[in-house]
Design a protein around this ligand. Structure first.
Ligand SMILES: *Cc1c(COP(=O)(O)O)cnc(C)c1O
Length: 408
């Protein structure tokens, strides 16, 4: 039997298709799906050693499974972290991280523009257990600095944000976190490792919703945390073992295969998004376009430094735009008209799919906020979010033009 082993220093594109558990039973070229809840032990003594963590070996899929391990190895290689732990969803990843890092009396600083469920989890659910939190402006570094307390343990950001695509300076937030003896976690859902590897900019932990670009075709719910091996092994894996927010082997396998095409999907979808954003800026019915790849974006320069694909700045594949209207009622009517005039785009709140999705944030993803909270966040009734897919750009323009043209 040869001892072929992947060489060091491979390019990210190679890692994305080649990194996985190396052993294969039958020589299968596509990684096997180990759809099993438990693993048979060769004898009682081996079982005892494995349960006591004295010997490596699979025991039970609540805490380890070879298909999940393959996904974890591949994602860690792509993020440039030592290790990764798969979870049942993106929210389960954030839950596991908070359970592992925080205790009563600790303090978290979080961007006020992160995913809505993240705000609820940290701001409401963990508050019940005495974890304190301060929510600050995504883009104002001084607010993050001013929020630091002696008890601050974690800074949490997401970039670019949903739906307004605000970009934060990861390096600056990492310096604030480390000076305070805290960790910086970045939700890298929108960029994916194809565009940004936040650990290279100083972040300590990366959160993923595998549901989005990592799967890439809207098939499964999945999540992961990437970071230092010691932290994952000692602080997170024991909680996974007792609390069970485990990633299903089937969902891990879907994400594992999705990762192989991540880079080329991000490239094609981002190119479509840039073309669509530029076109939207020129439409008379459109008041404003939010897209980091446009020079009109307030953090365009930072985004082009922080998000790159094949050595070039890349805005990603999410574009939002505001419609012109006399008042909030008119804005909502116009937005519903544009959304309902599409035939190609899917009217759904998911994102990261090869199918373009269109959504009205103020009545869907951000519908649970009060009108005052929405206004503070800049999410008006005329705002539409697109998560651009792989359809031909001309078909996407025509799909939106149908509604936009009839407004002017
Ligand atoms: C969707 C999403 C999540 C939550 O992920 P689930 O897999 O749906 O639990 C977290 N963060 C961001 C930025 C997301 O878009």
């Amino acid at each position: 039997m040869s001892t072929r082993k992947l060489p060091d220093n491979l390019h990210p594109d190679t890692l994305a298709v080649r990194t996985a558990v190396e052993k294969s039973q039958y020589g299968e070229n596509s990684e096997a799906l180990y759809l099993t809840s438990s693993f048979v032990q060769p004898d009682a003594a081996t079982a005892a050693r494995r349960f006591a963590n004295e010997e490596e070996g699979y025991i039970y899929s609540r805490f380890t499974n070879p298909t999940v391990t393959s996904m974890e190895l591949r994602l860690a290689a792509m993020e440039g972290t030592e290790a990764c732990i798969g979870t049942s969803s993106g929210m389960a990843a954030i839950l596991l991280m908070c359970l592992g890092l925080l205790k009563s009396g600790d303090h978290v600083i979080c961007s006020q523009s992160v995913f809505g469920s993240t705000i609820k989890l940290i701001g409401s659910e963990f508050a019940k257990f005495g974890v304190e939190s301060t929510f600050v402006s995504q883009t104002d570094v001084a607010q993050w600095q001013a929020a630091v307390r002696p008890t601050t343990k974690l800074l949490f950001a997401e970039t670019p944000t949903n739906p307004l695509t605000e970009v934060c300076d990861i390096g600056a937030l990492a310096r604030i976190a480390h000076a305070a003896g805290a960790l910086l976690a970045v939700d890298n859902c929108f960029c994916s490792p194809a565009l940004s590897q936040p650990v290279k900019l100083g972040a300590d932990l990366i959160i993923h919703s595998g549901t989005k670009y990592l799967d890439g075709q809207g098939r499964v719910i999945a999540g992961a945390i990437c970071g230092p091996k010691k932290l994952i092994d000692e602080k997170l894996l024991p909680i996974m073992r007792s609390a069970g927010m485990s990633l299903s082997p089937f969902n891990a396998w879907v994400v594992l295969k999705g990762l192989e095409t991540l880079s080329i999907r991000m490239q094609a979808q981002s190119a479509n998004a840039l073309a669509l954003a530029s076109w939207l800026e020129a439409q008379p019915a459109v008041a404003r376009v939010y897209y980091p790849g446009l020079t009109s974006h307030p953090q365009h320069a930072l985004a082009m430094q922080q998000q790159t694909l094949n050595g070039q700045g890349c805005g990603g594949a999410v574009v939002s735009f505001d419609l012109k209207a006399a008042d909030a009622d008119g804005a909502r009517k116009n937005a519903f008209h544009v959304i309902d005039s599409t035939c190609v785009c899917s009217i759904t709140a998911n994102l990261g799919d090869t199918k373009t999705t269109i959504t009205h944030p103020s009545t869907t993803s951000h519908g649970r906020l009060s009108e005052a909270q929405r206004q503070a966040a800049g999410i008006g009734q005329g705002l539409i979010r697109l998560a651009v897919g792989l359809e031909h750009i001309d078909d996407l323009k025509a799909d939106l033009a149908r509604g936009l043209d009839s407004l002017t």
